[in-house]
Write a protein that binds this ligand. Structure first.
Ligand code: GLV
Length: 283
């Protein structure tokens, strides 16, 4: 009987949901990602799909840097060692990390989040190269970032490869065995976008074989990652529970925008962010 659904970006919203809710008018997706939403089914039924863009990019960029610093300087590893009672005397050698400052950061997807990551990287004196669907000359100038002609160049030259492209049929499993093999053995993979952009089996194999130095993943495939997943056995992996956007402030702002989208749609008013306005004619 519901007229509106407030959803999270990991809830699959498809024909089954639409068929079960014939009164449905609007989906308020509390996420910027839209890969969980079935567009044709909604538009055909006159259901308005909404999301929450333009809010989370700074929180996600902060978390991306938390992961970059955490994996490079082995923050979680040291913490796990202490809790396991393994730190018995002063010896830094088991915990040696890698510098972040001065290194090369490769950004895949220079949208709102990628751009904020690039801004932070300049404070760490990093060289930033990027690949994106479209070249952004104005950002190159403003942020001092370099365009890479292809993904291969980003993979080959970066010490940190950070994924910020949306999940689409084109980006699903975009980082597989051959991509990981193009990375430097001392390089790290950072994923804060969607788990399905990376092949997890290939990632595990490449980490074990020392093809790359480590991975920091806020997103996995599947989610939640099962506790017996082999990736969780590796010391050079950080996994967080899909929380890159979730500072208290950003969480609240996204929730408010999702609610505003719903209220506006139910009242026939302009929505802050409607993804399929063409559905209105089918209502
Ligand atoms: C979070 O994953 C989002 O898409 O907002």
């Amino acid at each position: 009987d519901v007229h509106a659904l407030f959803t999270e970006g990991v809830d699959t919203i498809d024909e089954e949901i639409y068929d079960a809710a014939p009164s449905l008018e609007v989906i308020g997706n509390r996420a910027v990602g839209t890969d969980n939403l079935d567009f044709p089914g909604a538009t055909e039924r006159g259901i308005l799909l909404t999301n929450t863009p333009g809010i989370l990019q700074n929180a996600c960029a902060d978390m991306t840097f938390a992961l970059i610093l955490g994996i490079a300087r082995r923050v979680s590893f040291g913490d796990r060692e202490i809790r396991a009672g393994k730190w018995r005397y002063f010896d830094q050698t088991p915990y040696l990390g890698t510098n972040v400052f001065g290194k090369t950061l490769g950004i895949v997807g220079l949208g709102g989040i990628g751009t904020q990551v690039a801004r932070r990287a300049s404070g760490f004196d990093m060289r930033v190269i990027y690949q994106s669907r479209t070249r952004k000359p104005e950002l190159e100038k403003a942020l001092g970032v370099e365009w890479a002609p292809d993904l291969r160049t980003v993979l080959r030259e970066s010490d940190f490869v950070s994924l910020h492209m949306p999940l689409t049929p084109d980006t699903e499993r975009m980082v597989g065995r051959s991509e990981l093999n193009q990375m430097k053995p001392e390089a790290f993979l950072i994923n804060t976008t969607r788990g399905r952009t990376v092949d997890p089996t290939a990632l595990y194999d490449c980490l074990v074989a020392g093809k790359i130095a480590g991975a920091a993943l806020d997103v996995t495939d599947p989610e939640p990652i099962p506790v017996d997943d082999p990736l969780l056995t590796l010391p050079n992996v950080i996994i967080t529970p899909h929380v890159a956007s979730s500072s208290k402030e950003t969480f609240r702002a996204m929730a408010e925008m999702a609610v505003k989208n719903i209220i506006a749609a139910l009242n026939g008013l302009p929505m802050p962010s409607c993804l399929n306005p063409e559905a209105i004619k089918n209502r």
